[in-house]
Write a protein that binds this ligand. Structure first.
Ligand code: URA
Length: 240
């Protein structure tokens, strides 16, 4: 038995708070009857309708993929390019949590749990994402400080970031830099480096919160275990 608002939120159509409002506003039916009470426990087999539309109560699945270069992070592509979904052998309709560019590699989560996906992407929850960028040029201490404090991209300042230099290659005039951010704006890392005058030559995401790519080669994936899912929910302040 699970709480009604949790089931609705899990289906991905609304946050838990919005799900509660839907219930209070008489929009939710269980086995054909309107339920107005929050916290009503509902059995596995009950039919739940929101605005007269049956919601899906599929088992939730969670994958961690090491995305290769040249794959797009969406569920479909108009040009028929390969997507991250094509790499995972799963019948259920899953989708990526956030995005990585076509030429960016590394860790990405995929799930059919809309609630967790939304919570992980919400900037309020400040989920750390660690990127390793190979950039053109040698990053100066001044550039480093600017990136840490926040730079203007598309007219909006980025939040504080952690920045560490991993390596300089004076011969090839490149630097390898580790950047930890919790926002997920479009092309954020590339734009941050561009704003201090460095082109990103290669970009990889190494970590999302406590999850990394240990043992997962490029193009490979694994399921998250229940402990990891629980830990992710705990990080965003929800129980699971
Ligand atoms: N920032 C970028 O610029 N690209 C990505 O793919 C991810 C973060």
């Amino acid at each position: 038995m699970e709480r009604l608002q949790k089931i609705i939120a899990n289906s991905g159509i609304a946050s838990r708070r919005k799900a509660e409002n839907l219930i209070l506003n008489g929009k939710v039916k269980v086995d054909g009857k309107v339920v107005l009470e929050l916290g009503t426990k509902v059995s596995e087999n009950s039919k739940i309708e929101v605005d007269n539309v049956l919601i899906s109560r599929q088992e939730k699945v969670y994958y961690l993929l090491n995305k290769p270069r040249g794959i797009i992070t969406s569920t479909k592509d108009e040009h028929n390019r390969k997507t991250v979904i094509d790499l995972i052998d799963e019948e259920k309709r899953i989708y990526p949590v956030g995005r990585l560019d076509y030429d960016t590699t590394g860790i990405i989560l995929l799930t059919n749990d809309g609630e967790l996906a939304n919570l992980l992407m919400h900037p309020r929850n400040e989920i750390d994402k660690v990127y390793i960028a190979k950039i053109k040029g040698i990053l100066t201490p001044v550039d480093l400080m600017k990136l840490k404090k926040g730079v203007m991209i598309d007219g909006v300042k980025t939040k504080k970031a952690k920045v560490k230099i991993r390596k300089f290659d004076k011969e090839h005039d490149t630097s390898i830099v580790e950047l930890t951010i919790h926002e997920g704006r479009n092309h954020q890392v590339k734009k941050m480096f561009e704003s201090v005058g460095h082109e990103v030559l290669k970009l990889k995401r190494e970590k999302i919160a406590f999850l990394d790519l240990s043992g997962i080669n490029s193009g490979e994936y694994r399921k998250l275990n229940p402990k990891e899912v629980k830990k992710l929910y705990a990080l965003v302040g929800h129980s699971h």
